[in-house]
Structures are given as C-alpha cells and as structure tokens.
Design a protein around this ligand. Sequence first.
Ligand code: HEC
Ligand code: HEC
Ligand code: HEC
Ligand code: HEC
Ligand code: HEC
Ligand code: HEC
Ligand code: HEC
Ligand code: HEC
Ligand code: HEC
Ligand code: HEC
Length: 329
Amino acid sequence: MRQHRGEGRVWSVTGGKAALLICLAAAGVSAQNQPAERVVEAGASGYAGSTACKTCHADLWFNFYKNAHFKSIASGKEAPNHTGCEGCHGPGKKHIEAGGGKATIPRAFSLMNPKQVIAACLECHARDLARANIRRSEHTLNEVACTGCHSNHHPATVKNLLAKTQTELCYGCHQDVRAQFAMPFKHRVNEGLVQCTDCHNPHGTFAPTWGMTQRPRMVTQNVINEQPCMKCHVDKRGPFLFEHPPVRVGGCVACHTPHGSANAKLLIRPVVFTLCLECHTGAGDFGPQGRGIVTQAQGIHNMLDPRFERCVVCHVRIHGSNLDQTFFK
Ligand code: HEC
Ligand code: HEC
Ligand code: HEC
Ligand code: HEC
Ligand code: HEC
Ligand code: HEC
Ligand code: HEC
Ligand code: HEC
Ligand code: HEC
Ligand code: HEC
C-alpha cells in the first residue's frame, strides 16, 4: 500500500502497479524526480474514459465541449490521467461499477478541503501559475481555493471559467472594496472601464522592487517590476531627466489611493500642500543640501502667503520633468 498525496485520501495501489514501481526503480528511474501521482497512475488501468460518464452525467457532458479542459479529449493525445473528466476526478471505473456515489470517485471536490483542491488543480497548472507565486499568495495562505473563484461546470464566464463575472466575484468577498469604488473619485471599475485584474493578480505576485516598505497586496507587475499604473498612465512612466523620487521609490500609492477617494485626483490628502509638507518639512530629511525647506515664513515660499499653498500651480510637472529640476515645466 502507498499513501497517495498524504492528505487523508488513500488510493490503494494494486499489485500490478506496485510491480510497475519496482520495475521503474530497477531501471534507475527515480520516482523522487517526478510528481508521485504520475508514477502511480501512468500504468494504471481503472480509467473508463470520459464518454463513459455521459450516461449518468449527461448535463455536464453536453456542456463540456465549451470548456477549455475539453481540449484534452479533442486532441486524443493525452495520457488517461490527463484526459477529460478523469484528468480532474481520477480513474472512474470503480465509480461506474458501483453505480455512482461520491465515495467511489477518487476526487469528489465536494468532499475535499482547500489544500486538496489546490493540489489537484496545480497538478497541471503549477507551471503557468508558478509565475504568480500561487503557493504563497494571500488567497492560498487564507485557504481561498481555486474553486472559490472558478466554477468548472457552471461558470458565469466561459472564458477563464469564473464562478461570477469578475467584479461581482471579487466584491463577493471584498465588500469594503465595493464601497471604495462608489466614492466620488474613483477608477471606473463598476462601469467596466477598468478591472481588478488590471492591477491585481488574484493568483499572487512576487514582492515588487518599488514601494519596498509596502506589502505587495498582490499588485501585478506590468513589465519587469513596474507598477501596473504605467500600463495606462504611460506619460508618468519616464524616465525623466529630473525625477521626483517618491514616484519611483514609494510608488504611485505614496500620494494616490488606487481604488476611490473623496479627494480629487485620488490624492491621499484632501489638500495638496498638506501632502507635500509631509515630506518637505525642512527637517533635514532631504540629504545634506537640506532641500525642500518650505515651511518657513520667509524665503522662496512664504507660507504666510496663501498663494504658496497651491504647490502644483507652480510645480506643474509633479511626476517628473525633462526640462526643469523644480518641475515648473
Ligand atoms: C452509472 C451512473 C454513473 C456513471 C456512468 C458515472 N457517474 Fe458519477 N455519479 C453518479 C451518481 C449517482 C453520483 C452521486 C451523486 C450524488 O450523490 O449527489 C455520482 C457522483 C459523481 C461525482 C461526485 C461529485 C461530488 O463532488 O459530489 C463525480 C466527481 C462524478 N460522479 C464523476 C464521474 C465521472 C468522472 C464519471 C466517468 C468516469 C462518472 N461520474 C460516471 C453516477 C454515475
Ligand atoms: C478541470 C477539472 C475538472 C474536469 C476536467 C471535470 N470536472 Fe467535474 N468537477 C470539478 C470541480 C472543481 C467540481 C466541483 C464543483 C465546481 O467547482 O464546479 C466538479 C464537480 C463535478 C460533479 C458534481 C456535480 C456538479 O455539477 O458540480 C460531477 C458529477 C462532475 N464534476 C463530473 C464531471 C464529468 C462527468 C466531467 C467530464 C465531462 C468532469 N466532471 C470534468 C472539476 C472538474
Ligand atoms: C489534467 C490537467 C488539468 C487539471 C487537473 C486542471 N486543468 Fe485547468 N487546464 C488544463 C489545460 C490543458 C487547459 C487549457 C490550456 C490552454 O488553453 O492552452 C486548462 C485551462 C484552464 C483554465 C483557463 C480557461 C480559459 O478560458 O482559458 C482555467 C480557469 C482552469 N484550467 C482552471 C482549473 C481548475 C480550477 C482546476 C482544478 C479544479 C484545473 N484547471 C485542473 C489542464 C488541467
Ligand atoms: C481569488 C480568485 C481566484 C482564485 C483563488 C484562483 N483564480 Fe484563477 N483566475 C481568476 C481570475 C479573475 C482569472 C481571470 C484573469 C484575467 O481576466 O486576466 C483567472 C484566470 C485563471 C486561468 C487562466 C488565465 C491564467 O492566468 O493563466 C487559470 C489557468 C487559472 N485561473 C487557474 C487557477 C487555479 C489552478 C487556481 C487554484 C490553484 C486558481 N486559478 C485560483 C481568479 C482566481
Ligand atoms: C487602479 C489599480 C487597481 C484596481 C483597478 C484595483 N486595485 Fe485593489 N489595490 C491596488 C493597489 C495599488 C493596492 C495596494 C494599496 C496599498 O498598498 O496601499 C490595492 C489594494 C487592494 C486590497 C488590499 C487593501 C484593502 O484595501 O483592503 C484589496 C483587498 C484589493 N485591492 C481588492 C481589489 C478589488 C476587489 C478590485 C476590483 C473590484 C481592485 N482591488 C481593483 C490597485 C488597484
Ligand atoms: C472566496 C473569497 C474571496 C474571493 C472570491 C476573492 N478574495 Fe481576495 N481575499 C480573500 C481573503 C480571505 C483574503 C485575505 C484576507 C484579507 O486580506 O482580507 C484576500 C486578500 C486579497 C487581497 C489583499 C492581499 C494582501 O496582500 O493584503 C487582494 C488584493 C485581493 N484579495 C484581491 C482579490 C481580487 C482581485 C479578487 C477577484 C478576482 C478576489 N480577491 C476574490 C478572499 C477572497
Ligand atoms: C486599465 C487602465 C488603468 C490602470 C491600470 C490605472 N489607471 Fe488610473 N485611470 C485610468 C482611467 C481610464 C482614468 C480616468 C478616470 C475616469 O475618467 O473615470 C484614470 C484616472 C486616474 C487618476 C485621476 C485622474 C483625474 O483626473 O481625476 C489617478 C490619480 C490615477 N488614475 C492613478 C492611477 C494609479 C495610482 C494607478 C495604479 C495603482 C492607476 N491609475 C492604474 C486607467 C487606469
Ligand atoms: C509626490 C506625490 C505624487 C506621486 C508619487 C504620484 N502623483 Fe500623481 N498626482 C500628484 C498630484 C499632487 C496630482 C494633482 C496635480 C494637479 O492637480 O494638477 C497628481 C495627479 C495625477 C493624475 C491626474 C492628472 C494628470 O497629470 O494626468 C494622474 C493620472 C496621476 N497623478 C497618476 C499618477 C501615477 C500613475 C503615479 C505613479 C507613477 C503618480 N501619479 C504618482 C501627486 C503624485
Ligand atoms: C513621499 C515624500 C514626498 C512627497 C509627498 C512630496 N515630495 Fe517632493 N521630493 C521628495 C524628495 C525625496 C525629493 C528630492 C529632494 C532632493 O533631491 O534633495 C523631492 C523633490 C521635490 C522638488 C525638487 C527639488 C529640487 O530642487 O530638486 C520639488 C519642486 C518637489 N519635490 C515638490 C513637491 C510637491 C509640490 C509635492 C506635493 C504635491 C511634493 N514634492 C510631495 C519627496 C516628496
Ligand atoms: C508661486 C509659485 C510657487 C508655489 C505656489 C510653490 N513654489 Fe516651490 N518653488 C518656487 C520657486 C520659485 C522655487 C525655487 C526654484 C529654483 O530655485 O530654481 C521653488 C522651489 C521649491 C523646492 C525646491 C527646494 C528649495 O527650497 O529650493 C521645493 C521642494 C518646493 N518648491 C516645494 C513646494 C511646495 C511643497 C509647495 C506648496 C506648499 C510649493 N513649492 C509652492 C515656487 C513656488
């Protein structure tokens, strides 16, 4: 007997299969180097083929041709353990012989815990989703399994097999975010102009190099390590001859709320100069030159004169400039 996958479910390995394993070992094929299941299942009988499921699960079968997973049946080239219904549910012969039942099919998803679901799907999707750091994504760590977002048999969107249309899907668990996109200033997600996945990868991300101090929050990297914002706001990309450091260092979210805000231009503060003065205090935090002293009552910026409160009226190229160090043009 061999414990399969070690997650509570034991698939008994028959004498025949055990013999196969011994043969492989004798031939110097290391079972360690391959996914354990492949070795166990490769020579297995116990597969009935997807057409055998049609009789009793006709509704699922007759919709299956629309499903991306149908490709494995259509091609006719995949091994039985990677083909059609049994590619996900496991060998079904015993299930059919028993006349059905949840307990007789190796993978009845309704009986599986999140970890088992994720493992089952990643058997084939580990490679494409590894780029997203799926195993350490906030969703995986919080046991939001693939089936929390995808519905293989009853999808609302055939493309990507989503359980609900994207925005409703995400709002379903993120109610607070729904409220943010209802604020006076916002990205028009509810109107379909922008999508959550324009900025987020629900499968996870690696830590970005920008905004080192922030948690990644599963924010997608556009090109290598670039903030997703640049994809649409290309004029903010630069590189600028005269950069405004926080744009790159802290990222756009150093000054903007990405979802929605009561403040114009999605700024994190209602009044622009209070935002600027958070950094330009003159407290010597701008290097040896002691630049950015704008809080005094005299000098270039006489802060007793309300005119100077409207910083971006003079410093118009606040995201960086190719012409002027102080962002006047
Ligand atoms: C002889 C009829 C019959 C055939 C053929 C059949 N099934 Fe079933 N299947 C059933 C019955 C009955 C159930 C139990 C339904 C229930 O309890 O709700 C079931 C349940 C299932 C479940 C459990 C779903 C869950 O999580 O609750 C899966 C998965 C399944 N079948 C897959 C298959 C696959 C794959 C095939 C083809 C290899 C197949 N079945 C062929 C009758 C059949
Ligand atoms: C990509 C993996 C995958 C493939 C391929 C697949 N299933 Fe499923 N199946 C699931 C998942 C996941 C569920 C759990 C419900 C859900 O998330 O949609 C499920 C649920 C079921 C159920 C329970 C009833 C229901 O409607 O949810 C049955 C029966 C079933 N599958 C049979 C089949 C049959 C028959 C085929 C081939 C035509 C098939 N499955 C192909 C993943 C798959
Ligand atoms: C036996 C291998 C296998 C398993 C297991 C498997 N998939 Fe897939 N999946 C595929 C293949 C192959 C494709 C098609 C890729 C392509 O179009 O090139 C696919 C495509 C998809 C797609 C994209 C659909 C689209 O519109 O492009 C989604 C979503 C998906 N799978 C989710 C799942 C989920 C969720 C599970 C677990 C319940 C799962 N898969 C299990 C092989 C598998
Ligand atoms: C929090 C929700 C969520 C979870 C959890 C989730 N997905 Fe997805 N998945 C999505 C969304 C949304 C898309 C569509 C992305 C888009 O439109 O760009 C998608 C797309 C996909 C695709 C097709 C496009 C691509 O990115 O390759 C595959 C395959 C896929 N998911 C597989 C999986 C598997 C396997 C799991 C579990 C290990 C999983 N997903 C978990 C939401 C989710
Ligand atoms: C314009 C880009 C953008 C869009 C569109 C977007 N987000 Fe975000 N979201 C971000 C950024 C950037 C952060 C990180 C903010 C930070 O670190 O301060 C974030 C943070 C989050 C967080 C964690 C912090 C919190 O507020 O709880 C959640 C959850 C979230 N987004 C969900 C969503 C959902 C759901 C959608 C779609 C309805 C969505 N986001 C659309 C950019 C976006
Ligand atoms: C089934 C519930 C569920 C669904 C559906 C869901 N999420 Fe989540 N999401 C969670 C949980 C649980 C967490 C972790 C706890 C938290 O931060 O709220 C989380 C966390 C997040 C975070 C924050 C990560 C961090 O680093 O703090 C983002 C961003 C996010 N989800 C985006 C999305 C997007 C985009 C979608 C839609 C494609 C989505 N979620 C769908 C449950 C869900
Ligand atoms: C998918 C494209 C897209 C992405 C990605 C995107 N935006 Fe936007 N953004 C827009 C559009 C379109 C508008 C115009 C808003 C409108 O008219 O509804 C906008 C508006 C804005 C505004 C307000 C402009 C104004 O005049 O009020 C700010 C600030 C902004 N985005 C910042 C960001 C930040 C920060 C990010 C990254 C976290 C980001 N955007 C990512 C498309 C995008
Ligand atoms: C140092 C603070 C700061 C940072 C960092 C910052 N912005 Fe801004 N942004 C502003 C201010 C202030 C305004 C309002 C300008 C005005 O009202 O004239 C603004 C306005 C905008 C606007 C609307 C007006 C326009 O110029 O199109 C967009 C879009 C925008 N920012 C996107 C971004 C993006 C994308 C990033 C990241 C690449 C970013 N911002 C980083 C301060 C910042
Ligand atoms: C998150 C911190 C931060 C915020 C917020 C911020 N800045 Fe800056 N700013 C900097 C840093 C750091 C420098 C580089 C200082 C240096 O090189 O000595 C700088 C440089 C500048 C310069 C060019 C100084 C020079 O001569 O090189 C101007 C002008 C400026 N900021 C204006 C503003 C205005 C206006 C705002 C508000 C819209 C603002 N900044 C918001 C951090 C910030
Ligand atoms: C009436 C136009 C005007 C307004 C409004 C204005 N500034 Fe300036 N700012 C200037 C001038 C002029 C300089 C000097 C440029 C030079 O030396 O070439 C300057 C220089 C700076 C510098 C460079 C550092 C230094 O002290 O030499 C920073 C930082 C700065 N301003 C931030 C701000 C902030 C923050 C606000 C809003 C509280 C603001 N400015 C409002 C005109 C203005």
